[in-house]
Design a protein around this ligand. Structure first.
Ligand SMILES: NC(=O)c1ccc[n+]([C@@H]2O[C@H](COP(=O)([O-])OP(=O)(O)OC[C@H]3O[C@@H](n4cnc5c(N)ncnc54)[C@H](O)[C@@H]3O)[C@@H](O)[C@H]2O)c1
Ligand SMILES: [Zn+2]
Length: 362
């Protein structure tokens, strides 16, 4: 299956399917004749699990660079080391990068590609559920100690190859993390689709066929929004649903100590509370998703470990904040997002209510 993405700066395809790596290799081999080098950037963990499959199915010559797994690779140090490796290997403007891994490897590799010799082509080969989101849309970044994804570029890949083969080795906490972004794509786009998640009883029992359909839907939602607004001037802000509060939780707990998706799930609850006030959402919507998420094993105790003042200071540093004003993606109804300026006092009221639910074990 192919999902086309057409932005103002690029047109490319997202290829989805199982065991499609060798087909990808054949498809790009003609184009790669012009490339003097292909460098695959991956993380230790992904490489240890999938080296054999990759080598057996990717028959073009390539060099490898292995970075630490998780957020640890989205550092200045890793960024510098990959650039150094490319220079030492005499890579040029005709070299091509392949990002093989989750969102962290994809974000790092994309930013290296955007800046090495002012930009070289790169391909995304996502290996996590979460990366159905991150690999599409061209946001690339590394973290600064003062904030997540603070240094980066909009830089679209040449193609996204989503080979479901890789998903088989994902641990349940990474499935849970990725499912939060899938649920986010549903909640901002389609009421009926969102309702489907209420029939889930656990993350472990998600059926593969069902998951693949959701991933395709999620990619279509992401691709459509990115096509409307590549650089987040308007519609793309909807994709930040749950992320203002979620990113603050992630920063406060410590990057990599909580998965991105778990933080986003946490952040969707105050976003729904605010939507009940400012949109036409039924008053039980936030509590219903909270109950579902608890059943699916999302850990809300993280909220109690964070001080609200610290969360507030992270929210004020967020890229979506301008002149001290918080711009929250909210929902008019399920499937109908909008953006609204929200005062910190109002966020604090929701935070207090949210903490009560968690403390009282509701
Ligand atoms: N660019 C964007 O638009 C965008 C969107 C959402 C998230 N992100 C970023 O993505 C990152 C999170 O992505 P992620 O959740 O994929 O994290 P990740 O890349 O850190 O991967 C999570 C863990 O899963 C492991 N892993 C990867 N593939 C695996 C596989 N097939 N089998 C077993 N283990 C595997 C990794 O080694 C890592 O330990 C964050 O840095 C976030 O900021 C970017
Ligand atoms: Zn996200």
């Amino acid at each position: 299956m192919i999902i086309p993405v057409k932005t103002t700066t690029a047109s490319y395809e997202v290829h989805l399917g199982e065991n499609i790596l060798s087909e990808f290799c054949h498809r790009i081999s003609e184009k790669m004749k012009k490339a003097d080098q292909i460098v695959v950037v991956t993380d230790e963990h992904v490489w240890s699990l999938h080296e054999t499959y990759f080598r057996e199915n990717f028959s073009l010559p390539f060099k490898m660079y292995v970075v630490p797994n998780g957020e640890a690779c989205k550092t200045f140090e890793s960024y510098f080391q990959v650039q150094t490796f490319l220079l030492q290997e005499n890579c040029s403007r005709n070299s091509v990068l392949l990002a093989l891994g989750g969102g962290a490897v994809g974000d790092l590799t994309g930013f290296v590609a955007a800046t090495f010799m002012r930009g070289i082509p790169f391909y995304q080969i996502p290996t996590t559920i979460l990366a159905h989101d991150s690999a599409v849309g061209g946001k690339t970044a590394i973290n600064h100690p003062n904030g997540k994804n603070m240094i980066g570029a909009f830089y679209q890949p040449s193609e996204v190859l989503y080979d479901f083969h890789f998903l088989a080795t994902l641990p349940v906490e990474e499935v849970r993390s990725g499912m939060a972004e899938v649920i986010k794509h549903a909640i901002i786009s389609d009421r009926n689709w969102f309702q489907e998640f209420y029939s889930l009883t656990s993350i472990e029992t998600i059926q593969k066929d069902e998951l693949l359909v959701w991933l395709e839907k999620g990619i279509r939602v992401k691709a459509h929004i990115v096509e409307l607004d590549e650089t987040e001037q308007s519609y793309r802000k909807y994709l930040n649903f749950g992320h203002t509060y979620g990113h603050a939780i992630e920063a406060s707990i410590g990057y990599g100590k909580i998965t991105h998706g778990e933080a986003v799930m946490i952040g969707m609850i105050p976003a729904l509370m605010l939507s009940e006030i400012h949109g036409e959402l039924e008053s039980s919507s936030a509590f219903q998703l909270y109950t579902l998420a608890q059943k699916l094993g999302y850990n809300f105790q993280h909220v109690l470990a964070c001080d609200f003042n610290e969360l507030a200071s992270f929210m004020l540093k967020d890229k979506k904040t301008t002149n001290g004003e918080l711009h929250f993606a909210l929902l008019q109804k399920i499937g109908e997002p909008f953006v609204k300026t929200i005062s910190m006092e109002e966020v604090q009221k929701c935070d207090e209510e949210f903490r009560k639910w968690i403390e009282e074990g509701q």
